[in-house]
Design a protein around this ligand. Structure first.
Ligand SMILES: Cc1cc2nc3c(=O)[nH]c(=O)nc-3n(C[C@H](O)[C@H](O)[C@H](O)COP(=O)(O)OP(=O)(O)OC[C@H]3O[C@@H](n4cnc5c(N)ncnc54)[C@H](O)[C@@H]3O)c2cc1C
Length: 531
């Protein structure tokens, strides 16, 4: 049986960072990834995300339980199933959240996770092409760039927002988060810089690293109270690998709680129901699930600047494909959402509570519904939802999808903020520059009453892809891992390192924060002082 120092389950945003840092430190590492190698060109060409999003190509494409808060609809939950994980299919926006989000984590009892503690890890991870300053680093593996060929149409959004007194912010990750501006992206030379490209590529052939793809972890292996290995399914065959030091779970906010429960770690009642022997009754596994609920407005418009389907559009796209092949520039290098903002629905708030993503194309139902013609969209999401959902098992089959219930809008307060957020976004969309381009507003409410806006939100809103919190760190009865080590409470030899450990959802996109978590965890594992 193969034996390694460390076994990492999941080659996603967190798993790639851990593999790199542990191998660099001289350890023998096995990385188990359920998906295939990240060879698909759709991963690396930035605009490819539009094609991956609605399909099962390198995508788990989960569905949620019917959501009462969404008028009974099932939500969609795309997740990367390939090396790089969700960082191989995400929109590449480089966002860290608000500094108070991390100070909140510390105030909840997670010493060492305040903003001043974690800023060095964001900087360590980053190579920002704008250069180094108090907030940014230039020697990390993760390349952060400005939009390579910004689409001029974005200026309409920026100027209309400025006219409404929203201040311009050139760097959402700098001194202040609030305002309207451009997103920086995790790209290098016009291609996606996933966690696999940034962290794994340089060490893929390292003699101390064994990456096994299409290896679906089915269960953790124990010797008494110690986790000593992993069972996985590889091309239909059951296999086992053993860990001399530790097993690290980085299977993401859905995979991690599922694997824990399949291994008998989690809420006893839920586990027993499926005939699984309880090893450790940890009620917090799969609880505390938080996600950004999001509404997308869509407008048809004539500008060929915008991505869309038309005969002139196809001609332009052919020319753009040739341009991209030779220069790695143009529309194919676009992250599609190039600009946006962080705004307050109430000026008295201490930080923004909604985020906008302005998209240079029509997005309807995660691109699962396509429209003829060109257009633009604007997302508005609620940054700190009060609703808490759950992730657990449908059955004991490791190959079955997890049972996902985000419980969107369970708390009334979330809807109240969404309605206010919608109105702010709608005002910008009705600004002189944007509205003069619109030929059709695809999804307007029956009236501008709160009741009609609410109905439209319930009929159309869904995730903006940031599930977290399903194995939260802390010391309370619902905590799953310890803040100073990310070791699973009550189990030896097992840590969780991924977006699951966030105690509360941060106010922004979650890739850079997950990479920061993995950088900090690497120091904890290696016993470096900053950890
Ligand atoms: C469509 C989309 C757009 C997004 N846009 C952005 C954005 O623009 N900016 C941003 O900051 N964030 C964005 N995000 C969110 C961000 O990418 C994620 O929060 C982040 O990648 C999560 O990292 P993770 O390591 O926790 O999980 P993941 O990166 O999802 O990694 C988990 C890995 O574990 C593997 N795995 C799961 N189960 C098993 C198993 N049983 N056996 C073996 N392997 C398993 C998976 O295949 C995957 O590779 C987006 C996400 C999506 C899906």
């Amino acid at each position: 049986m193969e034996e390694y120092d460390y076994i990492i389950i999941g080659g996603g945003s967190a798993g790639c960072v851990l593999a790199r840092r542990l191998v660099e430190a001289g350890h023998h590492v096995c990385l188990l990834e359920a998906g295939k190698k990240d060879k698909s060109p759709l991963i690396h060409i930035p605009l490819g995300v539009a094609a991956i999003l609605p399909t099962k190509h390198v995508n788990w494409a989960f569905e949620t339980e019917p959501q009462p808060g969404l008028n009974g609809r099932r939500g969609y939950q795309p997740r990367g199933k390939t090396l790089g994980g969700s960082s191989s299919i995400n929109a590449m926006l480089y966002v860290r959240g608000h500094r108070s989000d991390y100070d909140d984590w510390a105030a909840l009892g997670n010493a060492g996770w305040g903003y001043d503690d974690i800023l060095p890890y964001f900087k360590k991870a980053e190579n920002n092409e704008r250069g180094a300053d108090d907030f940014h680093g230039t020697s990390g593996p993760l390349n952060v760039a400005d939009q390579r060929s910004p689409i001029p149409f974005n200026e309409n959004f920026i100027e209309d927002a400025k006219e409404l007194q929203h201040s311009f912010n050139p760097d959402f990750n700098g001194e202040r988060q609030e305002g309207i501006g451009p997103y920086q992206v995790t790209q290098i030379n016009g291609q996606r810089c996933s966690a696999a490209v940034a962290y794994l590529k340089p060490i893929r052939n390292h003699p101390k690293l064994n990456i096994i793809t299409q290896a679906h972890t089915s269960k953790l292996v124990f010797d008494g109270a110690r986790c000593v290995g992993v069972n996985y399914i590889h091309h239909g065959n059951k296999k086992t690998v053993r860990a001399r030091a530790e097993v690290i779970l980085s299977a993401g906010a859905f995979g991690t709680p599922q694997i824990l429960m399949l291994s008998g770690i989690g809420p006893a009642e839920k586990i027993k129901k499926h005939g699984i022997e309880v090893r450790n009754d940890l009620p917090g596994v799969g609880a505390n699930f938080q996600d950004h609920i999001d509404y997308v407005a869509g407008y048809k418009a004539r500008s060929l600047d915008l991505i869309g389907f038309s005969l002139p559009g196809f001609v332009k796209m052919t020319a753009e494909a040739i341009r991209y092949a030779f220069t790695r520039r143009g529309i194919l290098a676009s992250s599609v959402a190039e600009t946006g903002g962080f705004l307050k629905t109430d000026p008295a708030l201490d930080r923004p509570d909604i985020q906008l993503h302005f998209v240079n194309g029509l997005v309807d139902d995660h691109n699962r519904t396509l429209h003829w013609g060109h257009g633009f969209s604007c997302h508005v999401c609620l940054l700190r939802p009060k609703s808490r959902g759950t992730v657990d098992l449908h059955n004991a089959d490791p190959l079955a999808p997890p049972r996902i219930d985000p419980a969107f809008f369970k708390e009334r307060a979330d809807m109240d903020v969404m309605i206010k957020g919608y109105k702010i976004m709608d005002k910008i969309m009705n600004g002189p520059r944007l509205s003069s381009q619109v030929t059709e507003n695809l999804f307007s409410p029956d009236s501008h009453s709160d009741t009609d806006i609410e109905q439209m939100i319930r009929n159309r809103a869904d995730t903006v892809y940031h599930p977290v919190g399903t194995a939260k760190m802390g010391h309370d009865s619902m905590a799953v891992v310890a803040p100073d080590s990310l070791k699973v409470h009550g189990i030896d030899g097992l840590r969780v390192v991924d977006a699951s450990i966030m105690p509360t959802l941060i106010g922004g996109n979650t890739n850079a924060p997950t990479i920061m978590i993995a950088e900090k965890a690497s120091d904890m594992i290696l016993g470096n002082s900053q950890g």
